[in-house]
Design a protein. Structure first.
Lengths: 112, 111
């Protein structure tokens, strides 16, 4: 069984640009979660999608957005990139809410 | 909001030693997970343990939900156990959902 996959592995952008990160959950999982791990700030919850709907978001500005597609894969978009958006972005999936979350390898975003 | 604190923040062990990592949380939670983050950033599930005790090989975990803490035991540590250990708690439902990671324990096992 394939695990959670994320693409790209690394992404380099300049300030003001937009970044798009992708995540494919484990087959059969309908919930997808996004997290940011920035240096010195630990792991922070960003977004939760379930059955194609955004269920909740963490304490992040609206320029962080995303969506979940009918096949349950998900996309995270970060608009108007700022230097402090540089971080490891992790995606996780679960069969349903309150079930074990399985994490992908992450996308390392660098904003110059 | 809910606080999740882990101790110790750093731990250095000689190979073969045992250790106990602790996770304290300030409010009732729906569930709790333990993860190991390897040097490449990959988070690996260790336990899904909202309450009770579970064991998997050299690792075991106990969560006492009524007292708001969880413990991760590592026995006969190996160099491959090195990395950062996180606990994470889930609280709330749709619209109020929060998934909060602890501050982490950085473990280094020496050969």
């Amino acid at each position: 069984e394939a695990g959670v996959t994320q693409s790209p592995t690394h992404l380099i952008k300049t300030r003001g640009q937009q970044a798009t990160l992708r995540c494919s959950p484990i087959s059969g999982h309908t919930s997808v979660y996004w997290y940011q791990q920035a240096l010195g700030l630990g792991l922070q919850f960003l977004l939760w999608y379930d059955e194609g709907e955004e269920r909740n978001r963490g304490n992040f500005p609206p320029r962080f957005s995303g969506r979940q597609f009918p096949n349950y894969s998900s996309e995270l978009n970060v608009n108007a990139l700022e230097l402090e958006d540089s971080a490891l972005y992790l995606c996780a999936s679960s069969w349903r809410k309150s079930d074990t979350q399985y994490f992908g390898p992450g996308t390392r975003l660098t904003v110059l | 909001g809910i606080q999740v604190e882990q101790s110790p923040p750093d731990l250095i062990l000689q190979e073969g030693a045992n250790s106990t990592l602790r996770c304290n949380f300030s409010d009732s939670v729906n569930n709790l997970q333990w993860f190991h983050q390897n040097p490449w950033g990959q988070l690996i599930n260790l336990f899904y343990i909202p309450s009770g005790t579970k064991q998997n090989g050299r690792l075991s975990a106990t969560t006492v939900a009524t007292e708001r803490y969880s413990l991760l035991y590592i026995s006969s540590s190996q160099t491959t156990d090195s990395g950062v250990y996180f606990c994470a708690v889930e609280k709330g439902t749709s619209g109020t959902y929060k998934y909060i990671f602890g501050t982490g324990t950085r473990l280094k096992v020496l050969a």
